[in-house]
Design a protein. Structure first.
Length: 262
């Protein structure tokens, strides 16, 4: 499926339900862009998740934010469009942040597909969510490379916006993060409700297991079972620097940064 190291499968109890949903409604689709992968949910008109690798070499301030919001041509059923968000009162909130993709113009442009957006309240998008995105870039610099999966918690009871499409408005989001630490791995997850503004980002930290239970997805299946179990059941805040500093690196030409296959 996804060609990044962030391999994801449906948890066994949900697999049959999703299988029938896929065949009956064609509501799930894997989209592989050059710099990230997403799983598009046609029923909700947003992504179930996005996954990508963020390493320190990509934290470069090479291009300006493009703001070129547009439909995703790779979504076979059609993604949300600009008119769906117009006048809604919600931000077009990125799942893959534009700030993570300033190293090339193509990477930046890919973040503005509507398949990478969800409707987010402005104070959340520009506040705690943006601060968490900033922390991810700090960690990419400090730890050299991290793998990130981001998505909304979706269910059948969410409100919707949209004129051409009916777009679900999530009220909770997650990020799960993995990094290599010598011969082993460290994992961390965050679960953020859009109207619970904790002062400290660490207050949103949780286990990957908790996010898996809520989202229905099984992350990091490439890990050996015993390693995966150990990584996903703990959230050791002491292994992660919440005070890590961030500053974009000077712009330098990068080699082809397309996702690697595993």
């Amino acid at each position: 499926m996804a060609s990044s190291l962030i391999l994801i499968r449906m948890r066994p109890l949900l697999l049959l339900t999703i299988f029938f949903s896929l065949n009956a409604y064609s509501s799930e689709e894997i989209i592989q862009h050059k710099f990230y992968t997403l799983n598009y949910n046609e029923e909700h008109e947003v992504a179930n998740w996005v996954s990508y690798e963020l390493d320190h070499a990509k934290i470069q301030n090479c291009v300006k934010r493009s703001n070129s919001f547009r439909a995703d041509p790779l979504v076979s059923t059609g993604s949300a469009v600009a008119s769906d968000y117009k006048g809604s009162g919600f931000d077009r909130g990125h799942l893959v942040p534009a700030g993570d993709m300033k190293f090339t113009s193509q990477a930046m442009k890919e973040t503005f597909f509507f398949s990478n957006m969800t409707p987010q309240p402005g104070p959340f998008n520009q506040g705690r969510w943006g601060q968490l995105e900033h922390l991810m870039r700090s960690w990419a610099l400090k730890y050299k490379k991290i793998w990130i999966v981001t998505g909304p918690i979706l269910n059948q009871n969410l409100p919707v916006i949209g004129k051409q499409n009916q777009i679900s408005v999530p009220d909770e989001y997650y990020k799960v993060i993995l990094r290599q630490n010598g011969s082993t791995y460290e994992g961390m997850a965050f679960l953020m409700h859009t109207d619970v503004p904790y002062k400290d980002l660490a207050a949103y930290a949780t286990t990957i297991d908790k996010v898996e239970d809520l989202s229905g997805f099984d992350f990091f299946q490439f890990l050996k079972d015993d390693v995966e179990e150990a990584v996903e059941k703990r959230a050791d805040l002491g292994k992660w620097d919440f005070n890590a500093k961030f500053e974009y690196l000077p712009c330098q030409a990068l080699e082809d940064q397309s996702q690697m296959s595993y």
